[in-house]
Design a protein around this ligand. Structure first.
Ligand code: ADP
Ligand code: ADP
Length: 223
């Protein structure tokens, strides 16, 4: 990830908000970077831009050497597939789908055949210790179980990059710890991770902490 002087402005009829005033940031392959800072400083906006969910209003973003700053939505969706996995604070599972169906979704989008899908989903469920709940719906699961399903869905396509937005924000300390252990394992296997967090403890799993304030970087700490 090579981000150079990106900006993001949100305009409504009355106000314009500079969610990101100026951020430059490089993340190398295999790094685990934590993004911290007070509410409203632009963390989620930055993560959305890194994850090709949103585009910057200015500046450049090179992903894997390719300029992705101003790609159209369809190209961004194509590029995300199988490359970037997302984990959110509120899990973002689909209520009407079972655990196994939720986890299977990215593979469906990638056009992978049924047999391989079933095998990979089974493996992911076992790894995330959720296989005993395969036919349950999200509302029947505890918060920790839901986040393990969300992580299984994020990693099912073997993404090179995982973007996590306060992944333990809605979890108690035991479940939060489990989620951080899983992310840490993925990092050790070579996955690049960028995680937004308010937790100093969770940030301790990262090898670099980037602090934002009012839409720009105020400090970077290597660990
Ligand atoms: P954080 O994740 O650090 O809490 P955000 O990136 O969510 O911060 O938001 C940064 C600023 O941009 C905030 O002032 C927020 O209100 C504003 N903002 C974020 N998204 C939008 C949007 N879609 N429309 C208007 N303003 C937004
Ligand atoms: P939490 O304190 O994390 O919110 P819950 O009280 O929601 O946990 O759930 C505790 C346990 O009960 C979990 O293992 C969860 O899977 C199970 N559970 C909760 N609601 C249901 C349900 N409607 N059907 C089946 N199991 C459920």
């Amino acid at each position: 990830i090579q981000v150079k002087e990106i900006k993001k402005v949100f305009r409504t009829e009355e106000v314009e908000t500079w969610a990101i005033s100026n951020i430059s940031l490089n993340v190398n392959v295999g790094e685990f970077v934590a993004i911290m800072g007070p509410s409203g400083c632009g963390k989620s906006t930055l993560l959305n831009i890194l994850g090709l969910i949103d585009t910057p209003s200015g500046g450049t973003y090179l992903l894997d050497g390719k300029d992705v700053s101003s790609l159209k939505e369809n190209d961004r969706i194509d590029l995300r597939k199988g490359v970037i996995g997302f984990v959110f604070q509120s899990f973002n599972l689909i209520d009407e789908l079972t655990v196994e169906e939720n986890i299977e979704l990215p593979l469906l989008y990638m056009g992978i055949g049924k047999r391989e899908r079933k095998e990979r989903v089974q493996k992911a469920m076992e790894r995330m210790n959720i296989a005993h709940r395969s036919r349950h719906f999200p509302a029947q699961l505890s918060g920790g179980q839901q986040q393990r399903v969300a992580i299984a869905r994020a990693v099912i396509s073997n993404p090179k990059l995982i973007l996590a937005d306060e992944p333990t924000g809605n979890l108690d300390s035991k479940n939060g710890e489990e989620v951080m252990q899983l992310l840490s394992e993925l990092h050790k296997e070579g996955t690049t991770i960028v995680m937004v967090t308010h937790s100093q403890h969770d940030a301790g799993y990262a090898n670099r902490i980037v602090k934002l304030f009012d839409g720009h970087v105020v400090s970077e700490l290597e660990m």
